[in-house]
Design a binder for this molecule. Sequence first.
Ligand code: 2X7
Ligand code: FE2
Length: 304
Amino acid sequence: MSQGSIVAGCLAPHPPHLVYAANPPQNEPRSSGAGAWQGLLDAYASLRGSLESKEYDVLVVHTPHWRTVVGHHVLACPEFKGLSVDPVFPNLFRFHYDLRVDVELAEAMAEEGEAAGLVMKTMRNPDFRVDYGTLTCCHLVRPEWDLPIVALSSNRAYTYFSSEYGDREMLILGEATRRAIEKTGRKALVLGSCSLSHRHFTEEPADPEDPAFEHIHNRNQALWDERVLGHMKMGDCATLLAEMPDFIDQAVSECAEGSLTWLLGALGIPDWPATVHGYGTVIGTGNAVVEWEPGPPTAVEGRP
Ligand code: 2X7
Ligand code: FE2
């Protein structure tokens, strides 16, 4: 078997609003079409266009909305089928899913994580309800649902211990994920599914898609998002990681669930520039669609 590899790593946020706006047959609510999130939908279209030239056989996603208290869990039944409802936005996301899992890769990820000293658990309950973070992210990246996935839970280390500790654990998990991909010979697309700044409005307008309502919650959040995206574009993820605990504290970032740090760990902490496909807000939160092509570091003008 030839060695596997990561074909691309993406920051792929999961506001259920974007699935609602896209009106797929799997989702029960129907969008008004008012267009508040068009920029982010365009960003996802741009990412999908870029991925068309790549061949891969599995989507591997880390999700903030499957929360586990002891260890990192990984979906490991061959199929999951059911209805997933967003507990906060049941008016927007009631999604009927029917998906396949790459169980061999899931088991290899659990083994590699354990070998690296992490607590890992395979989810073997076929009736387990898949979370909306996984479903939204995978749907927006590849709406065909023609490839298997592997999903990892968020184990809340940042909350129970500290951001510094959480980051260390997620980097180890990311490296373990990459080793499992390599050993099983997979060509994998890895997806860190989280927003950037995450302070959000607590009331919805009558039409949640009303563009007059949609904007960043406050200037501090926007400045942090700009800064973080600047590091990504400059190929300076080491600085991004050094600032991650402050970003999490000061922008209430959803990176506190570990998805972005896991992604950076899987990619080997990129020191080459990312492609930012787009940035936009959803109910006041900051969201960016970003892609890293694994490859040799390139010189970047102006990089510290
Ligand atoms: O889970 C989310 C999110 N991360 C961002 C915006 C809106 C809703 O749900
Ligand atoms: Fe979220």
